[in-house]
Ligand binder design. Structure first.
Ligand SMILES: NC(=O)C1=CN([C@@H]2O[C@H](COP(=O)(O)OP(=O)(O)OC[C@H]3O[C@@H](n4cnc5c(N)ncnc54)[C@H](OP(=O)(O)O)[C@@H]3O)[C@@H](O)[C@H]2O)C=CC1
Ligand SMILES: CC(C)(CO)C(=O)C(=O)O
Length: 296
């Protein structure tokens, strides 16, 4: 049976564990022994649309033993990635590493893994971790995967409707896939965080819509984005579809957690600088979010 490792027992890690464990030999690698013990002893509690299910998962403390699976999903936040990668030694060349982070700054870190099979993924699900063994699937969407380097390996076994109720699609063009998600996050997340509003307010309030348009224009220039009209339509559609949701950045600020601003707007700022684009709005929002992160 295919063996899958999931590094990080957070919202996305536990969501994957819930859908993959019934079909494969899955191990969740946690940062804390206490979380691994709880998952092993009490099972994973999976909530969806008012229903609740107990799912058997195997869990272990993350360490070097976490390198032997056929596929390793890496589901830690961007800012924890370097620490995880530095501990990932002796990964067999047949293992495929699969990265699901929002933002794009992790792509630079991947250059050290020249010989490894690497797949990137974009998650369009909403997942909320309630406690160390409980995850709620709050928004049904899909996951899209794309080969970054090497071979897909066993990842093929996950594609094309093979996992019931958890669609996983494939695209050849990883750059467009991650850039599209970056643009959405670069526009919606910081604005909702500083205005402290739900996603839908950005399209409901004309003044916020204007702010969004101006920021979008600057992000497009910084990334030299082609196909701007469809990128804009995507942002508006996501605001409408997730109208009642708090973005992950607003949620992080509310819960006094670190945000992924550096991997999102930080990356846009660097790209803008390389191209000599004026990025005063991005810079302004970057400082605002960093300040709120530190001082609430
Ligand atoms: N949640 C969502 O709906 C979505 C999230 N994403 C993206 O997915 C990624 C993960 O997000 P999410 O699951 O929400 O984040 P969480 O903060 O819920 O989970 C991250 C997990 O990684 C764990 N972790 C950190 N460092 C290590 C380590 N060294 N070893 C083992 N585990 C570690 C954390 O452990 P600990 O609990 O001990 O801190 C935590 O459980 C992010 O990049 C996010 O942008 C994308 C789309 C939707
Ligand atoms: C798509 C969006 C903006 C949904 O809230 C998201 O990915 C996030 O909050 O990080």
């Amino acid at each position: 049976m295919m063996r899958i490792g999931i590094i990080g027992g957070g919202a996305i890690g536990l969501l994957l564990a819930a859908y993959l464990s019934p079909h494969f030999e899955v191990t969740v690698y946690t940062r804390r022994q206490g979380q691994a013990n709880r998952l092993n002893e009490q099972q994973l509690r999976f909530c969806k649309q008012g229903t609740e299910q107990r799912i058997h998962v195997r869990a272990a403390l993350f360490g070097e033993q976490a390198a032997q699976e056929d596929i390793l999903f890496i589901t830690v936040k961007q800012y924890d990635l370097s620490a995880v990668l530095s501990q990932l030694k002796n990964v067999p060349s047949t293992t495929t590493l699969l990265f699901l982070q929002n933002g794009m700054s992790h792509l630079r870190l991947l250059s050290q893994w020249k010989e490894q099979n690497i797949v990137l993924g974009v998650v369009e699900h909403g997942a909320l971790k309630h406690d160390d063994r409980t995850v709620e699937h709050t928004g049904m969407g899909k996951m899209t995967l794309s080969l970054f380097q090497g071979r897909l390996g066993q990842v093929e076994k996950l594609l094309d409707g093979k996992i019931p109720h958890f669609p996983i699609e494939y695209t050849d063009d990883w750059r467009t896939m991650v850039t599209n998600k970056l643009v959405v996050n670069a526009v919606i997340n910081p604005l909702t965080a500083i205005l402290r509003i739900q996603n839908g307010e950005l399209v409901r309030v004309p003044e916020y819509m204007e702010m969004m348009k101006q920021l979008f224009a600057e992000v497009c220039e910084s990334l030299a984005l082609s196909n701007r009209e469809s990128a804009w339509q995507r942002i508006v559609a996501i605001c409408e579809k997730t109208a009642a949701n708090c973005s992950s950045m607003l949620s992080d600020i509310k819960h006094r957690r670190k945000t992924e601003i550096e991997a999102i707007l930080g990356y846009v700022l660097e790209e803008g600088k390389k191209r000599g684009v004026a990025t005063s709005l991005c810079q302004f929002l970057f400082y605002a979010v960093k300040g709120m992160e530190k001082h609430g």
